[in-house]
Design a protein. Structure first.
Length: 296
């Protein structure tokens, strides 16, 4: 008996989402799970480390390839001057551990899965922390989309004190495109204060989810054949923290709680929504299971 032939063309503009790991790292337990101690105390004194991935994401859209974040540059390990400022050099090893080598850079990771980095059309940057912009050097032809509120952080005094390293962002050939959020007509997204429809087809909507940084954004990816996905950067270090309203040890607590409430309201409207923070192995596995792709 003849079976039903599965469709060979995607039932919508999005054909897939893939996890692109760019090395691994570790953060303090207090960083990931929150702490009553002041940040500087646990940053300097904590001895407990929690392993985490440093993921970027590749979305295959009918109109071109899109990255969500670009990961960490292996130069953070090989170049002692990657962070220029003395305070950053002093703190970075106390706050983060990185397990990353040359093969983890974004360009090589893309090539390993048969994707020419030069074909990346757009990279949406959740926020400007160095472990999310490290791969922009490998995709100079791509438009780099970031929220205007996040871009404004570069004009404030000492953005490097918040791990926003201008020397690795304001590259001469980088094509930054700061965007303003606009009113949305989709009632499913009414809980958000605007959004930005990346391709104008509703398949990839950028949403303001500040708190980790003032201009952090998330990207809702919808395709007809697969569950919806919210790529949420560092809004949380695990999807369950948003569901349980448990905020981490960094960021603005009140703003994070407001963003968490908005995402929970979105979950009420889209119960099969997969929440995918950038530093969450479980979320990456759930995404890969839903989209049936393998790591490269
Ligand atoms: Zn971050």
């Amino acid at each position: 008996m003849a079976g039903i032939t599965p469709p060979t063309t995607p039932a919508g503009p999005v054909d897939g989402i893939e996890v692109v790991p760019t090395g691994r790292g570790a953060q303090h337990k207090e960083h990931r799970y929150g702490s009553r101690l002041p940040r500087i105390l646990w940053a300097l004194l904590s001895r407990s480390w929690v392993e985490m991935p440093i993921n970027a994401f590749l979305i295959r859209h009918r109109d071109g390839l899109v990255m969500f974040d670009t990961g960490l540059d292996p130069a953070i390990k090989s170049d002692p001057d990657y962070i220029h400022q003395a305070i950053g050099q002093f703190l970075v090893d106390r706050i983060f551990q990185f397990h990353i080598g040359p093969d983890d850079r974004l360009g090589r990771r893309l090539e390993a899965r048969g994707v020419d980095p030069a074909t990346i059309r757009t990279a949406v940057i959740s926020h400007l922390h160095f472990d999310h912009v490290g791969g922009i050097v490998d995709i100079p032809q791509a438009d780099l989309v970031v929220s205007q509120a996040e871009w404004d952080q570069l004009s404030r005094p000492h953005p490097e004190h918040e791990w926003i390293l201008r020397e690795h962002i304001e590259l001469p050939d980088a094509r930054w495109r700061p965007i303003e959020f606009q009113p949305l007509t989709d009632p499913v997204l009414a809980m958000f204060d605007g959004g930005f429809d990346l391709f104008g087809d509703g398949s990839m909507i950028l949403l303001p989810t500040p708190g980790h940084t003032p201009g952090s954004l998330s990207m809702l990816v919808r395709s007809e054949a697969r569950p919806p996905v919210l790529l949420c950067g560092d809004l949380a270090y695990g999807g369950e923290f948003i569901r349980r309203d448990k905020i981490p040890g960094t960021g603005d607590a009140a703003t994070l709680r407001h963003s968490y409430a908005q995402v929970r309201a979105l979950l009420d409207r889209l119960p099969d929504l997969i929440l995918v923070p950038s530093h969450d192995d479980d979320a990456a596995a759930a995404l890969e299971a839903a989209y049936a792709v393998k790591r490269g």
